[in-house]
Design a protein around this ligand. Structure first.
Ligand code: FEO
Length: 395
């Protein structure tokens, strides 16, 4: 790849990871990028680094612009290892005058790398640093999505370097949003939000309000993953506003895991019932759908219907995995219902009911259970359950 100029004297110098397929439980079938940015002014500043193993790629991109030893400051906007794994190697190569980070950033860098001798300089929201013709303004974004996270805003370019904010896991040869398929870009952005930012939605709302109140013009948003938003960055800001308010559409998802296809038959009949009410529905079997894709579909769905066969007095393991993942991400304001086939105990649908209650979802009705293989009457009850859910979604 080539270093790419995004504003005069500001360059993308990151790395493309075509091969990564998992980010702590989030599937990344399209890979990812670790974006780092170089500002060349009277002072030269590197914003963020890259994952361990990609440091030589970062240095090669920097060398296309300047000798890395000319870098004066390294700004660490976020300490997670996909952005700092190569930091020791880069610090060694650059020998920066300052490593600029938030107070939590310093604490977390010390906890990761145990390097007391590094030249930390702690900044807080509102502080600025002049690089000569340009100014960097710092905005802390605690818990979006780590305690150390912050944005760097470059004046007068109106360029927001937003670390994980507004990113996507998508490895591309292109660097800008207007160079790729717009619908795929929003889909990957939604997946990123759903799987990483959803539990912090209240804080996202506050951050968006705070940035609005600061009155910062934003001409371009450069995240640490994926494409740079240069053609109307308000598109992704507005999407984040909607996702963080958990705005639901007239959609439902039916998610199931089945043993001998009985629960699958129930899932399809429930989906038929939902569709009978004119509500869009997506059926997701956990034998083929990854947990992170289920959460992406859940992001703007009004209803989630969970089905599991009973196995050893509990639920199927992939359903248990999904629930553990979903609980941490804290989706809110959904309509829920549970179902499943069983042989003797029949515990799984009841456990799913308990989960829906714990999530404070509006439960459509008590779980629907079928002994072994559903009869035509059983499937009709499934259709009727779907119709009830569909009518609730329409309300
Ligand atoms: Fe891309 Fe939270 O690290």
């Amino acid at each position: 790849m080539q270093a790419t100029e995004l504003k005069r004297g500001v360059y993308w110098v990151g790395a493309v990871d075509w091969g990564v397929r998992d980010f702590h439980g989030y599937s990344t079938p399209l890979g990812s990028t670790y974006n780092a940015y170089l500002l060349v002014d009277e002072k030269v500043v590197l914003f963020d680094t890259v994952r361990k193993g990609f440091g030589s790629e970062l240095l090669a991109h920097i060398r296309q612009i300047i000798d890395p030893t000319q870098i004066d400051y390294i700004v660490v906007n976020h300490v997670e290892m996909d952005h700092t794994g190569s930091l020791p190697e880069i610090v060694e190569a650059v020998k920066p005058e300052k490593i600029i980070c938030s107070a939590n950033g310093k604490k977390n860098l010390l906890a990761h790398f145990h390097r007391d001798e590094w030249p930390y300089e702690v900044v807080a929201t509102g502080q600025t640093i002049s690089t000569g013709r340009k100014t960097i303004r710092f905005i802390e974004t605690k818990m979006i999505h780590w305690p150390d996270s912050m944005f760097s805003y470059i004046e007068p370019d109106a360029l927001l370097i937003s670390q994980d904010g507004f990113g996507q896991h998508w490895a591309t040869s292109e660097r800008f949003d207007d160079e790729v398929d717009a619908s795929e870009l929003m889909r990957q952005s939604a997946k990123y939000y759903a799987n990483i930012l959803l539990p912090y939605s209240v804080l996202v709302q506050k951050l968006l309000a705070d940035v609005k109140q600061m009155g910062l013009a934003i001409d371009m948003i450069a995240p640490d993953h994926g494409l740079i938003w240069r053609s109307g960055p308000e598109k992704i800001v507005n999407a984040w506003d909607e996702w963080s308010r958990q705005v639901a559409r007239r959609r439902a998802i039916v998610v199931y895991d089945t043993m001998w296809h009985s629960t699958e038959l129930m899932a399809k009949a429930i989906a038929d019932g939902i569709r009978n009410e004119g509500v869009s529905v997506r059926v997701m079997g956990l034998d083929g759908c990854h947990r992170s894709d289920v959460i992406t579909e859940l992001l703007d769905a009004k209803a989630v219907v969970l089905g599991s066969a009973t196995l050893n007095n509990g639920m199927m393991p992939r359903m248990a995995d999904l629930l553990a993942y979903m609980k941490g991400l804290r989706p809110a304001g959904k309509i829920g219902a549970a179902f499943g086939s069983y042989g003797w105990g029949g515990e799984a649908p009841r456990l799913l009911d308990a989960f829906l209650a714990e999530m404070k979802f509006e439960i459509a009705c008590e779980c629907l259970r079928v002994n072994y293989v559903p009869t035509a009457e059983d499937l009709q009850r499934c259709v009727e359950l779907g119709e009830k859910i569909g009518s609730m979604v329409k309300e």
